[in-house]
Design a protein around this ligand. Structure first.
Ligand code: AP5
Ligand code: MG
Length: 207
């Protein structure tokens, strides 16, 4: 199955993708994770996107599209994939349509207030790409899945979160209508526990 996870920053795309990849046995393609890996390894691309990401802006479409095109051409994507954080603009969605035919786009709909609470307590594991929240961690520094060191993402400061939410409204939100017109949109109320939201996703996928 070729799936897109749509939703504002902090809506739970990464959390749900991690659960879905185990269930569906297809890879998670997170453009945010790809860029963060480049940042960590200080590659030329990493240095180029460092300031853009820290301020919550979007990386230019042409760079992002090329990365996704290459990644989806790899063998492990043959039986499907979960796109997490791509596309994020109409230009990216139109480009994707020229090289892939996705099956469904799942929009995780979450209230803004909840999002701000979730992102202010998020912890991320750069070793296994696990996403957690301080409220559910015994030790907020150690990854409960792999034992790696958890970090606070540079773009989770309050001012940057607000900037990311504004950019979402202007640039990414129109994708909901884009996929609705293609008859591919599935919407899930994401204002519930991780397990409940995951159950809702599995149930809309069965429809
Ligand atoms: P990216 O990494 O994609 O960030 P994002 O879209 O802003 O989304 P997040 O990862 O912040 O949130 P999420 O929806 O994955 O939520 P999560 O599961 O972590 O992108 C980062 C940057 O990279 C961008 O700003 C941009 O610069 C660049 N970029 C990436 N893709 C790009 C593209 N296509 N084009 C251009 N630039 C691009 O959950 C959040 C928190 O909530 C966690 O703590 C989690 O534990 C908790 N949580 C999740 N679900 C629940 C629940 N149901 N109940 C309670 N808590 C929950
Ligand atoms: Mg994410």
């Amino acid at each position: 199955m070729k799936l897109i996870l749509l939703g504002a920053p902090g809506s739970g795309k990464g959390t749900m993708a991690q659960k879905l990849i185990t269930n569906l046995e297809i890879p998670q393609i997170s453009t945010g994770d790809i860029f963060r890996k480049h940042l960590k390894e200080e590659t030329p691309l990493g240095l180029k996107v460092k300031e853009i990401m820290a301020s919550g802006q979007l990386v230019p479409d042409e760079i992002t599209i090329e990365i996704v095109k290459d990644r989806l051409a790899q063998d492990d994507c043959k039986n499907g994939y979960i796109l997490d954080g791509f596309p994020r603009s109409i230009v990216q969605a139109q480009a994707l349509d020229t090289f892939q035919d996705v099956d469904k786009a799942i929009n995780i709909d979450v209230d803004k207030e909840t999002i701000v609470k979730r992102l202010s307590g998020r912890r991320f594991c750069p070793t296994c790409n696990g996403t957690f929240h301080v409220s559910t961690l015994e030790n907020s520094e150690v990854c409960p899945a792999c034992g790696g060191k958890l970090i606070v993402r540079a773009d989770d400061s309050e001012a940057t979160v607000r900037n990311r939410l504004e950019i979402y409204d202007q640039t990414t939100f129109p994708l909901i209508e884009y996929y609705e017109k293609q008859g591919k949109l599935l919407t899930v109320d994401g204002n519930a526990s991780v397990e409940e939201v995951y159950g809702r996703i599995l149930s809309v996928l069965k429809q």
